[in-house]
Design a protein around this ligand. Structure first.
Ligand code: ADP
Length: 261
């Protein structure tokens, strides 16, 4: 019981003084980032401010140069040894990644597999779940993203918006505890953006924990529980959308929003 209460209170994501450099370029300069369980946090900010890198660090697609990342209380990508961090085993990193869904700007579907085959691939081969169970779940997910009739379609027969919805279903098929979206609608024709945002909004409303990097300020305003504004490798300002889109106090946030709204 006590354990459960502690588990409920623990943030889903917590970074402590996260540092990431590419060569001389300081890309994340001591970032403390937190996402509560069930929350949708939207990360906004100018190009090059470190938003994508922050997401990629969260599931260890990038190695970090300092600080700590915890997902659901578990140190990600590393283990501590005499106060120092040593990169974790490939098997452990793969296990951690399997709990975190990642949706990329480019949909990255397997071109030689149908929509359904794309969705069932990882649960069968990574999680080794029984095929009939996985297929049944995949069909439910296809229905959820509005693509039941596209079960047998190959990616090249699908629009960009449909492909991205399959990519979201594929990530959800792993039953992740956290979903990360990296500019998931930026590569889409404008008329296809809405159908993907709707799927993301539904997920948020169902209580999925989500971190969303996006330029869609309407989505941030309507769906986010918390908005993080990044600038120059740091979190420059954060708060509820009413604060960030209302009378944000930080001049730089105001200037950025003045350009994009
Ligand atoms: P954002 O998502 O806010 O546009 P990014 O996280 O993509 O910002 O990039 C932050 C900085 O890191 C930029 O200066 C970018 O050029 C640099 N960067 C990102 N990825 C790499 C990489 N793989 N190698 C070298 N530099 C990179």
């Amino acid at each position: 019981m006590v354990q459960d209460m502690v588990g409920q209170k623990r943030p889903m994501v917590q970074t402590e003084q996260l540092i990431k450099r590419f060569g001389q370029n300081m890309v994340l300069n001591g970032v403390d980032f937190r996402v509560e369980r069930g929350q949708t946090v939207v990360v906004i900010g100018p190009s090059g401010s470190g938003k994508t890198t922050l997401l990629r660090c969260l599931n260890h697609l990038e190695k970090i140069d300092g600080g700590r990342i915890y997902i659901d209380g578990e140190l990600i990508g590393y283990r501590e040894h005499n106060g120092r961090l040593i990169e974790d085993s490939d098997a452990n990193i793969a296990r951690q990644r399997a709990q975190i869904g990642f949706v990329f700007q480019r949909f990255n579907l397997f071109a030689h597999m149908t929509a359904l085959e794309n969705i069932i691939e990882a649960p069968i081969h990574v999680l080794r779940q029984p095929k009939d169970e996985v297929v049944a779940r995949a069909r439910k997910l296809l229905a959820k993203v509005g693509l039941s009739e596209k079960e047998h379609a190959y990616p090249h027969k699908l629009s960009g918006g449909q492909q991205q919805r399959v990519a979201i279903a594929r990530a959800l098929a792993m039953q992740p505890k956290l979903m990360l979206f990296d500019e998931a609608t930026s590569a889409l024709d404008p008329e296809l953006v809405g159908e993907v945002l709707k799927v993301m909004r539904d997920l948020a409303e169902e209580g999925m924990t989500m971190v969303v990097v996006t330029h869609e300020m309407g989505f941030a305003r309507d769906v986010a529980d918390h908005v993080v504004f990044m600038e120059k490798a740091q979190i420059a300002e954060q708060g509820p959308p009413e604060q960030i889109f209302g009378d944000c106090l930080n001049d730089r946030t105001r200037e950025f929003l003045g350009k994009v709204l």
